[in-house]
Design a protein around this ligand. Structure first.
Ligand code: NAP
Length: 462
């Protein structure tokens, strides 16, 4: 038999998860000179692109243009897409071993982290994950309801996801109507009574996790004023010193923007976005099972082993909050037969090679993206992350460390169809895509998304 990776015996790779790191795995494999490769990508949804479709905010269309590069990868004759096919339900580890030399897991971090405070389970307290997936039309979340009759909303955390959530709550219907926000979300937001949105950061502006363009946008709403307290925008001595020593230009830009906001006066806009620093929610208060307020403890910053940490003081404050979104990071979901590092919330791995409990390499298994390194970085970060893993896959291929598949490519397609007759090919996804874009054109939007799997399958089969 010819060597694996030659035209007579191409390397066969399964990729579980069709988000950015899945597609960067494809492009990185295609870049390898002298490698013949066949790749099958599986996704539990009929639609590809993971968080580019269901996470990136609808008013950030430019960020979604990366899918053009993913489409180019998908056009390679060695690539197949199996949408609506779930690992662990329709396809299992034994199947993968029988059909592929190597398997890449790029399943992201779908679970949110909790705050671990009393009242977190009250009605009206949600994860940002749910809200983001809802306004982006993810089929699993499309039927959720958020009580937008509330006047005050708290968003806990100061990363870019918190910025996205606050932005969607602060924008006008007109600002949102030209995006690809899900129709159900636009309708609900049209009736929104929200007047005050509080973003709650436990540390100061120099430590905030948002990035400069995202915090800049917060000062540019058509009908919402940004409010920052001067006392919270000012840097303490330790933060000032650390900022100067680090030379971190982004952190400096963040601080400058926040301090400029602190100098602004209210202009009478309909909503107010309060960006609060040095506060941690200690309890969600409620009435009749519903959240009504958020008790905050004020923090001071202390330097500890080279980093600046928030330490609670005895000072407390209560802000009204009829809706609360926690946005304090994500966790990966454990997958059947794949070693998991519970404390990190990632697949157990070293540089992308999956390892077992003893630290030994699990031959043939790899990972990239958030499920490999945790929920950090921007879309492009996944390119280098996938590259790192693909380099190891190539190294292992050369060393003969891979599965020995016994079944053909055609047999895999037959197996999938026998278990999931509604599996979606890439050509079928393109039909869904074209239809969404056509529906959008009629309304002056980038697209109008389908939000139910059955609808998507019907369009794909039409
Ligand atoms: P993130 O950037 O890691 O931010 C998490 C935030 O939660 C931080 O402010 C953190 O504060 C805070 N936090 C954590 N535990 C907390 C607790 N117990 N109480 C209060 N606050 C707590 O996470 P993310 O916003 O979910 O974003 C994930 C990744 O996606 C990031 O890399 C982000 O940049 C990226 N993303 C990018 C874009 C974009 O490019 N436009 C959009 C969305 C997401 P500390 O700093 O004090 O820990």
């Amino acid at each position: 038999m010819a060597a694996v990776g030659t035209p007579e015996n191409p390397l066969r790779v399964a990729i579980i998860g069709s988000g950015p790191s899945g597609f960067y795995t494809v492009s990185n494999l295609l870049k390898q000179s002298d490698l013949s490769v066949e790749m099958d990508m599986f996704d539990r949804l009929p639609t590809p692109y993971g968080l580019v479709r269901a996470g990136v905010a609808p008013d950030h269309q430019k960020d979604k243009s990366v899918t053009r590069a993913y489409e180019k990868s998908a056009a390679h004759p060695g690539f197949r897409f199996f949408g609506n096919v779930e690992y662990g339900t329709h396809i299992h580890m034994d199947d993968l071993k029988a059909h592929y030399h190597q398997v890449m897991f790029t399943t992201g971090s779908p679970f949110d982290r909790n705050l671990g405070i009393p009242g977190e389970d009250l009605e009206g307290s949600h994860s940002a994950t749910e809200f983001v997936a809802w306004y982006n039309g993810h089929p699993d979340f499309a039927d959720l309801k958020f009580d937008l009759t509330q006047e005050s909303v708290a968003v806990v955390g100061m990363g870019n996801v918190a910025m996205d959530v606050a932005r969607i709550l602060c924008k006008t219907t007109e600002e949102l109507a030209v995006t690809d926000i899900a129709e159900h979300a636009l309708e609900a937001l049209k009736a929104s009574q929200v007047k005050n949105v509080y973003i709650l950061g436990r540390r100061g502006p120099a430590q905030a996790a948002f990035t400069p363009p995202e915090i800049k946008e917060m000062g540019e709403f058509e009908d919402a004023d940004v409010v920052v307290m001067e006392s919270e925008a000012a840097l303490d001595a330790a933060s000032q010193q650390a900022l100067e020593a680090s030379g971190d230009k982004n952190a400096q830009k963040n601080v400058d923007t926040v301090q400029e906001y602190a100098s602004r006066s209210l202009t009478g806009k309909k909503r107010q976005l309060h960006i609060r620093f040095l506060v941690s929610p200690s309890e969600l208060e409620g009435e009749g099972g519903r959240v009504t307020a958020c008790k905050l403890v004020k923090n001071k910053l202390v330097e500890e082993s080279g980093s600046i940490k928030a330490v609670a003081t005895s000072e407390e404050e209560v802000i009204p909050a009829g809706l609360v979104f926690r946005s304090v990071g994500y966790r990966g979901k454990p997958l059947p037969d794949v070693p998991f590092n519970d404390s990190w919330g990632t697949i157990a791995n070293e540089g992308g090679r999956v390892v077992d409990a003893s630290g030994a390499q699990a031959i043939g298994l790899y990972t990239a993206g958030w499920i490999k390194r945790g929920p950090s970085g921007v879309i492009g970060t996944n390119k280098t992350c996938a590259q790192e893993t693909v380099n190891l896959m190539i190294e292992d291929l050369a060393a003969g460390r891979h599965f020995e598949p016994t079944q053909s490519r055609d047999a895999l397609a037959d197996l999938v169809l026998s278990r999931q007759p509604d599996a979606i090919t890439f050509a079928e996804w393109k039909k869904i895509d074209d239809e969404e874009v056509a529906r959008g054109e009629a309304k002056g939007k980038p697209r109008v998304k389908f939000t139910q799997v059955a609808e998507m399958v019907a369009v794909a089969r039409s």
